[in-house]
Write a protein that binds this ligand. Structure first.
Ligand code: ZN
Ligand code: ZN
Length: 272
């Protein structure tokens, strides 16, 4: 099986200290066929301004060169990006994607009402239902404003950190509680041919399933969704392709037979 991890970070991201070359050698050692490096670009990150700005020319130069060098080897490197979507940034993101050629673009919601669900202040004083509903609404609004992404990153990202605040038992975002909003997102993805990302970064945050949950992945499949990407969301070498073998087994049980990678924004379907 040709196994790719298409969501991972390097020291170009404000929250990662591992150099691209260290990430690459670790991914090779992990036995992967390829990776797509997807460093953060979150313009207007309110909690810590500038933290997730990306030095785009330097990024293109470094990762672009590595990508080129890998063309004729048995380990392929793609240059992607993880865009932090916010309503007021859609025109800026559109211009960015016109100017630069990426392989794969992940669209992620990292901020809602100028707060990152990674931090407690997003949940403080808020009902759990409202917190998650606000997160999902932001996803719907941002997708409709800016659908030019290849895959939606970690759909229930807030759940990863909500369990820290509300406790693991009660804290997880459950499909049954947010059926209408989640269905709306899934339908939008299917109709727009945008992938649903299966993000295993959840496992390092104490969850025992990926983002989104298997329940949501099953619902996506039931609605006709087949397009998925696989990402470990590694910020450390040991998290590359985290839990991929187990997760792939569960995805197959749901019915999924293939996953996608993107090269120059064109989908390539690979068997699971
Ligand atoms: Zn993310
Ligand atoms: Zn990420």
């Amino acid at each position: 099986m040709e196994l790719w991890d298409t969501h991972l970070h390097t020291s170009f991201s404000g929250d990662c200290e591992v150099s691209p070359s260290e990430m690459i050698s670790a991914a090779r050692e992990r036995g992967l066929s390829g990776i797509i490096i997807t460093d953060h670009l979150d313009w207007d990150y309110f909690k810590s301004p500038g933290m997730f700005d990306l030095d785009i020319p330097e990024y293109i130069n470094t990762i672009g060169t590595l990508r080129k060098e890998s063309q004729n080897t048995d380990f392929k490197i793609g240059m992607g990006i993880e865009l932090g979507l916010q309503e007021h940034l859609s025109a800026k993101h559109e211009a960015l994607l016109k100017e630069y050629d990426f392989d794969q673009v992940i669209g992620s919601i990292h901020q809602v009402d100028e707060m990152d669900p990674y931090y407690e202040d997003f949940y403080k004083g808020r009902d759990i239902y409202d917190a998650y509903e606000d997160y999902l609404s932001a996803a719907i609004v941002n997708l409709s404003l800016f659908p030019k992404i290849d895959t939606l990153g970690h759909l229930d990202y807030a759940s990863r950190y909500g369990i820290r605040y509300f406790g693991k038992e009660k804290g997880a975002l459950r499909y049954e509680d947010h059926r209408a909003s989640i269905d709306k997102i899934l339908m939008f993805l299917i109709e727009s041919d945008i992938c649903l990302e299966v993000n295993t970064g959840a496992f390092r945050s104490g969850m025992d399933e990926p983002n989104p949950s298997y329940r949501i992945l099953s619902r996506y499949y039931e609605m006709g969704g087949r397009a998925i990407t696989l990402g470990g969301d590694a910020h450390h070498t040991e998290h590359i392709a985290l839990e991929f073998e187990n997760v792939i087994k569960c995805l197959k049980e749901i019915g999924f037979k293939e996953y996608r990678i993107y090269r120059s924004r064109k989908p390539i379907t690979l068997p699971l």
